[in-house]
Design a protein around this ligand. Structure first.
Ligand code: NAD
Length: 495
């Protein structure tokens, strides 16, 4: 039985792409499951002028666009909880109007003073909104009420700007009231890393540098920048993907077992892991990280000729790198990461490559056997969810030779269909006050300190762009990065 939660939501950027495409459909799923029922209201706000009816029609369209039927009583009841108020976030005096509406809806729906403020708009407004929410009296007061602030990415563009933003937020909200979204943390198989590691003796007892040779994390995108070019060109793959999503995944893979499965304990271990990540000096940053930008092929324009991209842009659309942890568990076991746009396919996966047996007893002089393959545990995050474990087994034949075989577990299509969307899980976590799957400030700050050092070194040198062909797996330098260590990427084209 779902537990009904009570709250008034205030969505800044309430007419934006993210709100319509992800946030409102996710709220509807929570409503259908009973996590939201009678005691909630949603206020959408942006600069656009419209009345409640028009807003509700837009919500219905957003539900329909995400595959829901909207001719039901359930859908109509759901949208009846939605209200619209136009508002310019830079106009402090106008917050009084939002306050009045929030107070009114709180009473009407008996939401008991619980408030969720969702900032789904350009990050330069985050600080001022947080401040005005507090100074203009929108935070409700009382012993048992909650006020929660949800922040979209990006959280700063380097450590210094992130710190300024965090200092601004902390004037109005405590750390446990701030929920920094990293939607990768809402993905089923990313959450499964903890179950796989801490629920299986077989896995966790081998999860260290004695048995693991290297770990590879790949977030591969098939599309180019599309309509996000003006944002992306200011950011690049390092800031857009590595600082947040990849660092979060890596910290879950690298952390020690938490004392208990609570947000406080998990965050403490992730922070400890990130603290032991080696921040590179100039020479090591230049050797251990490579960047790329896609060229053209057939009808496909190169990155520099995409709409809204300057013709001399040096923004990277690809990053690969090697991460080293200086701690007892991981010393000597590198984590290789890569991400990019316009690559061969769209997928996210983690490959854990185990060390080969110290002695290969099947490789005696007269044997025709090929050397034993490494055991590889693959976590498929998307588009398919599941695990695969590569082992060596005897071939089904006379004589004696071995071959790699795979034990596969793929979540079946029906279950995948029923799997909650990341934003549904994350909104549910916000309602429950569970910060496990959000980035805490210490995590964000260590991730920026690491990434800033790479950026600093890259900014000293003009890159030779473009340097990779669309639909490949990135520039030759990404191959050289791993081959230099006598290793190779587990996922390769045509394997
Ligand atoms: P968007 O441009 O589609 O929407 C921005 C919203 O902010 C609109 O509702 C607009 O009216 C409102 N707005 C702008 N200036 C305003 C002002 N001065 N006062 C009041 N309202 C104002 O943006 P989006 O794509 O929905 O993204 C929102 C946030 O989510 C951004 O931080 C973005 O980085 C993040 N994000 C978006 C996506 C996505 O898929 N769209 C994915 C991840 C993160």
């Amino acid at each position: 039985m779902a537990t009904e939660r009570k709250a008034v939501f205030l969505f800044f950027g309430g007419t934006g792409d993210l709100a319509y495409r992800k946030l409102y459909p996710s709220l509807f799923n929570l409503y259908r499951k009973g996590n939201l029922r009678s005691h909630f209201a949603v206020i959408g706000t942006s600069r656009a002028k419209m009345d409640d009816d028009k807003f509700r029609a837009a919500i219905k369209k957003s539900l329909a666009d995400s595959g829901n039927r909207t001719d039901s009583k359930e859908a109509s009841d759901f949208v009846s909880h939605f209200y619209y108020q136009d508002h310019d976030v830079t106009d402090t005096a106008h917050y009084a109007v939002l306050k009045e509406l929030m107070d009114k809806l709180d009473k009407k729906y008996k939401a008991e003073g619980h408030r969720i403020f969702y900032l789904s708009m350009a990050p330069q407004f985050f600080g001022t909104i947080a401040q005005d929410l507090k100074t203009q009296g929108l935070l409700s007061e009382g012993k048992d009420v909650f006020n929660r602030l949800v922040i979209e990415k990006p959280f700063g563009r380097d450590y210094d700007s992130a710190k300024l933003l965090n200092d601004a937020l902390s004037k109005s909200f405590d750390e446990d009231q701030i929920f920094r979204i990293d939607h990768y943390l809402g993905k089923e198989m990313i959450q499964n890393i903890e179950a796989l590691r801490f629920g299986n003796t077989l896995v966790e007892s081998l999860w260290n540098n004695r048995y693991i040779d290297n770990i590879q994390v790949t977030l591969s995108e098939k599309l180019g920048v599309e309509e996000r070019a003006s944002y992306y060109d200011n950011s690049g793959a390092l800031r857009d993907m590595v600082q947040n999503h990849i660092m979060q995944i890596v910290s879950l893979l690298a952390m020690e077992q938490p004392v208990a499965f609570t947000d406080t304990d998990i965050r403490a271990e992730k922070v400890k892991a990130l603290r032991s990540l080696r921040v590179y000096n100039v020479a090591d940053a230049a050797t251990n990280f490579v960047r790329g930008q896609y060229g053209s092929i057939n009808e496909q324009a190169d990155y520099r000729h995409e709409d809204n991209v300057p013709h001399d842009s040096t923004t990277e659309t690809f990053v690969a790198g090697k991460l080293l942890f200086d701690n007892y568990r991981w010393s000597g076991t590198p984590f290789y990461i890569r991400t990019g746009k316009m690559l061969a396919d769209k997928f996210t996966r983690v490959d854990v490559v185990f060390k080969r047996p110290l002695v290969d007893i099947f490789a005696f002089p007269q044997s025709q056997n090929t050397p034993l393959a490494a055991n590889v545990l693959t976590i498929f995050v998307e588009p398919h969810a599941g695990f695969s474990l590569q082992l060596n087994a005897k071939t089904n034949d006379t004589g004696f030779s071995t071959e790699p075989i795979k034990l596969d577990y793929l979540v079946d299509a029906q279950k995948s269909k029923d799997t909650p969307e990341p934003y549904e899980r994350l909104l549910h976590d916000v309602l429950k006050g569970d910060g496990t799957n959000f980035s805490s400030w210490p995590e964000v700050s260590y991730a920026w300190k690491f990434v800033d050092q790479i950026r600093r070194v890259w900014d000293l040198q003009e890159p030779q762009f473009p340097n990779y062909t669309p639909h490949s797996m990135g520039p030759a330098a990404a191959e050289e990065l791993i081959q230099r260590d006598h290793r190779e990427w587990v996922y390769r084209l045509n394997n």
